[in-house]
Design a protein around this ligand. Structure first.
Ligand SMILES: [Zn+2]
Length: 313
């Protein structure tokens, strides 16, 4: 478990980031990442074969899904800019076709950071409308207490949609489904119907406490709803790709939904009873989830849930 948590921390350094600096939020993780960069013999990006020409790329940043076949490569998310070339090189070992599409599950830089590199090799970057909008915004991130600057236009997706987009590609029906106000307000779940694979982006942190980016329009109820949609699309053999953490399945996703609901309910009952945020944190209502702390600590999750429920900070 310790190993998993360490890896999770490394992966999540980014998620917050919402960008350029994994900075002060995870200094240890940043050091680890830098150390790994100094050892070229150890690849940052590794692939896991999910069968049927589908792969999951692991390493720092959000998990990547890769569909390969006669039509080309359809990639879900692209981690950070600094890994762009390595991702391209790994994909080249999996397919001799070009990367045709990259879909960003949301705007965070650990899922969309290499958009420029992917565009440079001919990919079209696809995302929900709000991903493009959010990338162009500067805003105050209250959760981390820092200003977030707008990102360069070269990173922005050029094909956007509002509700759902279906691509018929590599012999599969690939459904990109917008799930409102969960991790952010621009989230997409991607369902490879034939391959029986679903990628949830950061609406699913496997074996970790969730990150609800309230400053980007996220809410815990929306995250529960998003996981339920993916759960309902799944069966006993579905491969469930989380935004962070190892490959998962329907049973584990079901457990995650119950956990999110418990977080929601435990905070709500206290908030409705008039307790302050500070009092709720002090009561430690998530005491049984301590081992799931990684990048997100229990007080962070309580605070995000409180804010999701309309509470002020
Ligand atoms: Zn994220």
């Amino acid at each position: 478990m310790k190993h998993i948590l360490l890896a999770s921390t490394l992966l999540l350094a980014a998620c917050s980031q919402t960008e350029t600096s994994a900075d002060a939020t995870e200094p240890a993780a940043q050091t680890t990442a830098q150390a790994s960069l100094e050892k070229p013999s150890e690849p940052n990006i590794t692939s896991q074969d999910l069968g049927g020409g589908f792969y999951m790329l692991l390493g720092p940043g959000g998990n990547i899904g890769v569909s390969t076949g006669d039509d080309g490569v359809y990639m879900i998310d692209d981690k950070f800019a600094r890994f762009g070339q390595e991702i391209i090189d790994v994909v080249a070992t999996l397919s001799d076709k070009p990367i045709t599409y990259v879909l960003n599950t949301h705007h965070h830089g650990d899922h969309s950071g290499a958009n420029v590199e992917m565009k440079a090799v001919g990919a079209t970057v696809v995302a929900h409308d709000n991903v493009r909008t959010r990338m162009g915004l500067s805003y105050m991130n209250e959760a981390f207490g820092r200003q977030q600057d707008a990102r360069a236009e070269a990173l922005w997706p050029t094909l956007t949609f509002s509700q759902e987009l279906t691509l018929w590609f590599n012999g599969d029906e690939v459904r990109a489904i917008h799930t409102p106000a969960g991790h952010t307000d621009g989230d997409t779940i991607v369902h490879f119907v034939g391959a029986n694979i679903v990628h949830l982006g950061d609406n699913f942190f496997h074996n970790m406490l969730p990150f609800i980016d309230v400053d980007s329009g996220g809410t815990i109820q929306g995250m529960i709803n998003a996981q339920q949609i993916a759960y309902d699309l799944s069966n006993d053999t579905t491969k469930v790709i989380p935004g962070h953490g190892p490959l998962s399945n329907k049973v584990e996703l079901g457990a995650s939904i119950k956990r999110l609901q418990a977080i929601h309910d435990r905070v709500k009952v206290r908030k409705d009873a008039g307790e302050s945020l500070e009092a709720i944190v002090a009561a430690d209502p998530l005491a049984d989830m301590t081992e799931l702390e990684g990048f997100m600590k229990k007080p962070d999750v309580i605070k995000a849930t409180w804010r999701s429920l309309g509470g002020a900070i």
